[in-house]
Design a protein around this ligand. Structure first.
Ligand SMILES: [Ca+2]
Ligand SMILES: [Ca+2]
Ligand SMILES: [Ca+2]
Length: 263
């Protein structure tokens, strides 16, 4: 069984997401996957110690591309701290990719979504207090991005998730933090998408949550209670899940987490 991200539909520069995941079931009968179900593995060179991966169709040619990031400092080779796009150049029966390194520094996290509703998937990367916005400008089989950045707070050791938190059709940025300032408790921030089809932009972060002295580690947004609003889910050693009670144009989360964390 393969689970893919929620399906989305974009029209008039607005995007709607399914509230459940798209699931493929292996249909080759019993007994399912066996070693002979796969051909010999094929390796593609990345920067040293890749640790973040996403697979999406970035150039809209119908075949999935890969984004691979490493935040490993491979000193002195200089082969660490890279974010690379692997453009799918395969054909039926042949798997192949062309690697393109993006001009980004070390990042903590990235996510992919169509932020301005132009039908092209954009990329957002984050580290520290900086969020890098990469607007997809690909055309004609070449993958390219126009890059800018925004400050999301003084101390955002960021995990990032893109999700339409308020249901207005524009996917918003959700960032985890380890305190949005020296006197703040660890929180997560939600940045309202104010993009136009031409320009990607976000309002400043609105802060929620409280991690009881622990950082929020990896995060995701998923509609856990079936009310069509994606809820905030994180893994850490204290508290982890906050129920989304937003309305269009107004972000809100229940003040108490609904799932306790580990220890
Ligand atoms: Ca776009
Ligand atoms: Ca939104
Ligand atoms: Ca929900």
């Amino acid at each position: 069984m393969l689970s893919l991200p929620p399906k989305s539909v974009t029209a008039n520069n607005l995007t709607a997401y399914s509230s459940t995941f798209f699931v493929l079931t292996f249909s080759n009968g019993s007994p399912g996957f066996l070693p002979v179900s796969f051909a010999t593995k094929i390796d593609f060179a990345t920067a040293t110690s890749p640790n973040i991966l996403a697979v999406r169709d970035l150039d809209n040619d119908g075949t999935p591309d890969m984004v691979v990031a490493t935040n490993y400092n491979d000193y002195p080779s200089g082969n660490g701290f890279k974010v690379s796009v692997f453009r799918n150049t395969g054909s039926p029966g042949i798997i192949n990719f062309e690697r393109i390194d993006l001009p980004l520094p070390s990042i903590a996290s990235f996510d992919i979504a169509d932020l301005n509703g132009d039908g092209k998937l954009d990329l957002v990367a984050a580290i520290g207090g900086t969020v890098y916005i990469l607007k997809n400008s690909s055309s004609g089989g070449a993958i390219s991005f126009a890059q800018n950045s925004l400050s999301a707070g003084p101390d955002v050791r960021s995990r990032i998730a893109i999700s339409d938190v308020d249901g207005d059709g524009k996917p918003d940025l959700v960032l985890s933090g380890y305190g949005f300032g020296l006197t703040e408790h660890p929180r997560f921030g939600v940045l309202q998408n104010s993009s136009t089809p031409q320009t990607i932009s976000f309002a400043s972060a609105k802060l929620f949550g409280y991690a009881y002295g622990f950082t929020f580690d990896d995060i995701t947004m998923a509609d856990l209670d079936g009310d069509k609003r994606p809820d905030y889910v994180s893994a850490n050693s204290a508290s982890s899940t906050y129920r989304n009670i937003s309305v269009i144009g107004g972000f809100a989360f229940q003040s108490q987490p609904i799932v306790g964390g580990g220890s």
